[in-house]
Design a protein around this ligand. Structure first.
Ligand code: ZN
Length: 481
């Protein structure tokens, strides 16, 4: 806890965080921090759920944690045979999804995302393809050639010139539930102390915590599960999903989806044991891994009680971008994030977090290295003056395929174990679920956007994804029993 932090060796990289605690020292009232720490908090919002799933399983002071059924969804992808996937890069792409704001995160003082930065290659003759410049990824580097016939051998460097998210001069006050407020005239320490019911300066304690990379991992875990993130983080308390009741999503989003599922329900308690569906259902579930965490807060708003993430998201959205953030774009990457274009299905199932008409601009720097920059729609394109820029496209698009091959049948259990379905695997599944056949009932349902969003929300906040996410389709089953 506090002692562990002070043991940090001098050589270990850390970011310092000043904390104000109550008299007993068991509750964080608020923290004070500068750019280094706030940028790390901001980076959480940019991480795809697949990255989150990988990180929460890692060891740190508080040990691995479980976030709803996200861990189990991720493990299903890891366990699935390479042959289930439409192309040879998809499995890896879902297990190490690209962060669409990686260009903003690569100057973080402590970066816990251990995914390898995306590498690209362009035509060996850089000038030959001005009209249709393309980039490819290492997997296809030797399999593809440029339109001109030359190989893709020139490496592309993503320029790391974006310096995080918030301005370096600014300092911030951060509450226990990760509400980030600028240290400004509206929030003087005096009014803050009063807000927390502190009458005398003697009744509080101050401490400075050296936050190391391992501690950032703890912080991420606490932020996903706890409403008192900083307190749990300081005390090294392992948070877990509360038993709060689940409310299905009531978010209305335009668009049409129709996915047919057969639900296998236990009559005695109305629990969905598993659902079977075709590849569209599996593509839907796997696509969750590509969604950035901030995108979940963006879509669900206060409707998605995911630890302190909604508090963090909302407070960043409230920050004045001209004063406290390095640019309007930087704020936009946090509050309106998108899926990395490389991981998006051409027929994206849930019409959310779409990268839209994005652009990759490339140019050659003074050392003749090829550099590229990613721009979301509406962002102002800036590149060094006097250099001709090229608008690259990426030769890795998933085309019309989904993540998994079809036609095929899959099942997903209530806690989101997903695998291909065959009559024999269905039998062993029923065996494992240990339910007599006469207590089972099948129901065929067609789900739309509303149900898909409910399943997404349940994946992050519940241990019974199908029973909770599809609750409103199950009422009549209970009545029939
Ligand atoms: Zn070429």
């Amino acid at each position: 806890m506090a002692a562990a932090a002070t043991n940090t060796t001098k050589t270990e990289e850390h970011v310092s965080l000043k904390l104000l605690l109550n008299e007993k020292g068991n509750k964080v009232l608020f923290a004070e921090a500068g750019k280094d720490f706030v940028d790390i908090l901001c980076s959480f919002l940019t991480m795809p759920l697949g990255t989150i799933a990988r990180l929460v399983e890692k060891e740190s002071s508080i040990g691995p944690v479980t976030v709803g059924c996200l861990n189990s969804l991720y493990k299903s992808v890891a366990d699935m045979d390479q042959g289930c996937f439409s192309t040879d890069i998809i499995k890896q792409m879902l297990l190490q999804p690209i962060n669409s704001a990686e260009d903003y995160c690569n100057t973080l003082k402590l970066n816990i995302d251990d995914g390898h930065p995306t590498k690209y290659f362009v035509c060996s003759d850089y000038t030959c393809c001005k009209n249709y410049p393309e980039m490819t990824i290492p997997t296809y580097k030797d399999k593809h050639t440029c339109r001109c016939g030359n190989p893709f051998t020139l490496p592309v460097f993503f320029k790391h010139f974006r310096q995080g998210f918030v301005n370096s001069g600014a300092t911030f006050v951060i509450t226990d539930n990760l509400t980030v407020m600028p240290n400004c005239i509206d929030y003087t320490s005096f009014s803050l102390l009063q807000k927390f019911g502190i009458k005398s300066p003697n009744s509080v304690k101050e401490m400075v915590l050296n936050v190391t990379k391992e501690k950032v991992l703890d912080l991420l875990k606490c932020s996903l599960l706890s409403k008192s993130t900083l307190t749990d983080f300081l005390l090294g308390k392992k948070p877990s999903l509360g038993s709060s009741s689940f409310f299905s999503s009531n978010i209305e989003i335009g668009g049409a989806i129709q996915i047919v599922l057969k639900l296998v329900i236990r009559k005695s308690d109305g629990k969905v044991l598993y659902a079977q569906g075709e590849q569209d259902f599996t593509n839907l579930l796997l696509s969750f891994l590509t969604f950035p965490l901030g995108g979940i807060a963006h879509v669900f708003g206060e409707n998605c009680p995911l630890g302190s993430i909604d508090g963090l998201y909302k407070s960043i959205a409230d920050l004045n971008e001209n004063k406290y953030l390095i640019s309007k774009q930087a704020k936009n990457r946090l509050v309106d994030p998108c899926i990395a274009p490389q991981t998006k299905l051409s027929k994206q199932i849930l019409p959310i977090l779409d990268p839209g008409a994005h652009k990759y601009y490339g140019y050659r720097d003074s050392n003749y290295n090829v550099r590229a920059l990613f721009y979301k729609p509406g962002e102002i394109v800036t590149y060094p003056e006097g250099l001709q820029n090229m608008n690259f496209s990426i030769r890795t698009s998933l085309g019309d395929v989904g993540y998994v091959k079809g036609p095929a049948m899959y099942f997903a259990t209530d806690d989101l174990v997903i695998a291909p379905l065959s009559p024999i695997s269905a039998l062993s599944l029923l065996n494992r679920l240990n339910t007599p056949l006469n207590d089972l009932k099948e129901k065929v349902v067609t789900i739309g956007i509303k149900e898909c969003l409910s399943i997404l929300k349940a994946t992050l906040t519940s241990e019974s994804v199908l029973t909770n996410g599809l609750a409103h389709l199950l009422t009549e089953v209970k009545e029939e029993k």
